[in-house]
Every structure is written in structure tokens, then in C-alpha cells.
Design a protein around this ligand. Structure first.
Ligand code: NAD
Ligand code: WQD
Length: 337
């Protein structure tokens, strides 16, 4: 299994997965509409790996374009990252999210089946666990979404379970990412959010570089050790390496399997601020504000299934995550622009 179509491969996680796939001897081909990414990323991947991946600018809802790609390349498998991911935006524009994420996925799965390509690794999210009843969360926990983005992930998971049930040729991994952060150690690729970041670490690093003035800490009255929210932050390079492991596991795994991709350990917002300050030498100005609607207190993964069945585990610790994040942010103060 060598030739892999990577939808959304120019994006934050996709670009790191490209590096990992190339290093593991796969031939990944990008399809991306560049809605939330920059084509410069292809040069950066080439600089890191010495291999320039082929990249096609197209929307996955364009079935004609997808058919042409499958005819040209005869892919062995697909890694499907393409999607919109901003929770708040999904509440304001649900139709756009369902159309892009669910509609795009349905087009992709049809074209895959037309071309006898039944191996798929899908980017799901810990958001499908909604408000967890207990932590660490394992893959059999009840599923529930609290916003259109989360619903779109749950719907796609359901579609994939049903496809695998109906046709035993499908071999599918649902990777439920916890909180990806940081950047490749080269400082050449990283997260480059459009506008003001929604997520904690890009916000902190933009305060660190002086693009933003102050971090709002959303609530310090949660039932957690210091009162601020606790999450399972994972180095994006660790997350990326789970994809080649998942591709290899598809050879033995039939049906549709879900895997948590996290470290199994949680850190609070204030611990993240302190760790960033240690790594960067910058002081992060912050103010505690009201809780953000929809946030939960604590979320971290039970990682036993991915360790046992994918032979994968996260390796980078918090200091490494912060060091690599700061290298990316300080080398690229305005991202790819
Ligand atoms: P990203 O926005 O950086 O990457 C997504 C890529 O998909 C972008 O390059 C975008 O241009 C492309 N894209 C979007 N819609 C498309 C379409 N219709 N056709 C072609 N290309 C399209 O996001 P990311 O952080 O790299 O996330 C990748 C995947 O992982 C997404 O599916 C996201 O929902 C999921 N995920 C992300 C996180 C996170 O915190 N970053 C957490 C859990 C799951
Ligand atoms: C982390 C912690 C905030 C920003 C989101 C999506 C989820 C997934 C990952 C895609 C929380 C606090 C944040 C800020 C803060 N994405 N915070 N000030 O909410 O765990 O998950 O991204 O699938 O679906 O919901 O991540 O980074 O936004 O927040 O205090 O400016 O940081 O309250 O405790 P979250 P996050």
C-alpha cells in the first residue's frame, strides 16, 4: 500500500501527516481547495523531506475532479482531513458546515467505491464524546455532539459504520483526535489560523509574539485542580505519525474501528500558559473571564486501544510541544503570509 490520497493535505494536521507519510515511504498526493491553507506549504514539505508531493487544488465536492484523480493515480487508500473545523462558525453557518463536511465526505466515499478504493483513515475528533461521563474517555463511551461541527463528525462516523456494515470490502479507521498543538521541529510548518485564533495554543503563541495583547482564560471555577479547563494536548507530529500506523493496521483490520489519538494526560489552561512562558521566555498577559459556552471541565483520552491495535503512542512531552510551537511562531510571526 503506497499511493495515498490526502484530502486537506495542505492544512495544519495534513501537512504534518504528509511529512510523516513521506518519511515512512508512502507516496501521498494532496487534494485541497486551499480554503484554510496556503500552497507554500508544499515547498516547506519539500524542504523538510527532500520530496515534493503532488498537490491538486480542488474541492472534494467536485466529483468530476475526484474521479480524474482516482483514474490518474489508482490510490491504495485515502486519508481524509478536508473539512471546516471552527465550532463557533459552525453554529452561525450550519448549512455551510454540513454541506462541506458531510456533503464533501459523501462525494469522496462514492468516488472511492467507484474506483475500488475501500481503505480510509478519517479525521474525527474527541468532540464526538460531547460532555464525557468520566475520564479517561475510551472509545466505547456514549457519543453526543453539542454543535453543528460536532454533528458533522458524528454523521460522517455513522455513514462510515453503515458503509462497512453493508460492504465488507471497506477497511476504515476513525481517528478521534484530542487537542493537537505545536509544529514540526524544523520550524517550517505549523498552525496558521485565519483571523483571531479560537484555540488556546495559537492564541497564547500570538500573544507571545506580540500579535495579540491578552489571553482570556475562560473560567477558573471548574472542578479541576486549579479551576481552569483540562485537556489532552498532543504534539501534531505524534498525531501525524498515527496516520501511517493506522494505514498499516488497515491491512489486518476489517470493518470500521475508532481510535483515540491523545497522550492520556491532561493539562490545565494555566499549566499551558506557564509551560509556554518557560519555553519562550515571554510573559503571557492574561485575564480570567467567564466560562466559554459549551466548554467542558476535563477531557483526556484512554489510549490503550491505539497503543495495542495501532502500535502507536505519543512520545513528545509538554516542554517539547512548547519548544516546537515557539520555534514555528518566532520563525514565522505572520504564519505563511
Ligand atoms: P485545517 O483547516 O488546517 O485543514 C483542513 C484542510 O482542508 C484545509 O487545508 C482546507 O483548505 C481543506 N478543505 C476544507 N474543506 C475542503 C473541501 N471541501 N475540499 C478540499 N479541501 C478542503 O484543519 P486541521 O486542524 O488540519 O484539521 C484537519 C482535520 O482534523 C479536520 O477534519 C478537522 O475537523 C479534524 N480535527 C482537527 C482538530 C484540531 O484541533 N485541529 C481536532 C480534531 C479533529
Ligand atoms: C482548550 C482550553 C478553553 C481559548 C476545540 C474544539 C474541538 C477540537 C479541538 C476539532 C479550554 C481554554 C481556549 C482561549 C481559553 N477541534 N481557552 N482561552 O475547546 O478543547 O476543543 O478544539 O475537532 O472540537 O471544540 O480546545 O483550544 O479551544 O480550548 O481559556 O482563548 O483552553 O476554555 O479549557 P477545545 P481549545
Amino acid at each position: 500500500m503506497k499511493k495515498i490520497l490526502v484530502t486537506g493535505g495542505a492544512g495544519y494536521i495534513g501537512s504534518h501527516a504528509l511529512v510523516s507519510l513521506i518519511e515512512q515511504g508512502f507516496t501521498p498526493v494532496i487534494v485541497d481547495n486551499l480554503r484554510n491553507s496556503d500552497i507554500k506549504v508544499v515547498d516547506r514539505i519539500a524542504q523538510i523531506t527532500g520530496v515534493r508531493p503532488e498537490a491538486h487544488i480542488a474541492d472534494i465536492r467536485d466529483e468530476r475532479a475526484l474521479r480524474q484523480l482516482f483514474a490518474d493515480y489508482q490510490f491504495d487508500a485515502v486519508i481524509h482531513f478536508a473539512g471546516l473545523k471552527a465550532v463557533g462558525e459552525s453554529v452561525a453557518q450550519p448549512q455551510r458546515y454540513y454541506h462541506n463536511n458531510v456533503g464533501g465526505s459523501l462525494s469522496l466515499f462514492s468516488v472511492m467505491a467507484e474506483h475500488d478504493c475501500y481503505r480510509l483513515v478519517f479525521s474525527s475528533s474527541a468532540t464526538v464524546y460531547g460532555v464525557p461521563e468520566s475520564v479517561p474517555i475510551n472509545e466505547t463511551a456514549p457519543l453526543c455532539a453539542t454543535n453543528p461541527y460536532g454533528h458533522s463528525k458524528l454523521m460522517i462516523e455513522q455513514v462510515l459504520h453503515d458503509l462497512a456494515e453493508a460492504d465488507s470490502r471497506w477497511q476504515i479507521s476513525l481517528l478521534r483526535y484530542f487537542n493537537p498543538i505545536s509544529a514540526h521541529s524544523s520550524g517550517l510548518i505549523g498552525e496558521d489560523p485565519d483571523g483571531v485564533p479560537n484555540n488556546l495554543m495559537p492564541y497564547i503563541s500570538q500573544v507571545g509574539i506580540g500579535r495579540l495583547k491578552q489571553l482570556s482564560v475562560y473560567g477558573d471555577d471548574y472542578d479541576t485542580p486549579d479551576g481552569t479547563g483540562v485537556r489532552d494536548y498532543i504534539h501534531v507530529v505524534d498525531l501525524a505519525s498515527a496516520h501511517s500506523k493506522a494505514l498499516l493496521a488497515l491491512d489486518v483490520d476489517h470493518g470500521c474501528q475508532a481510535y483515540n489519538i491523545g497522550t492520556g494526560r491532561g493539562y490545565s489552561v494555566l499549566e499551558m500558559v506557564q509551560a509556554f512562558e518557560r519555553a519562550s521566555g515571554q510573559v503571557i498577559n492574561y485575564q480570567v473571564r467567564a466560562r466559554r459556552p459549551g466548554d467542558i471541565a476535563t477531557c483526556y483520552a484512554d489510549t490503550r486501544k491505539s497503543a495495542e491495535q495501532l502500535a502507536w503512542r505519543a512520545e513528545f512531552d509538554l516542554d517539547a510541544m512548547m519548544r516546537d510551537l515557539w520555534r514555528w511562531q518566532s520563525n514565522n510571526p505572520s504564519g505563511y503570509k
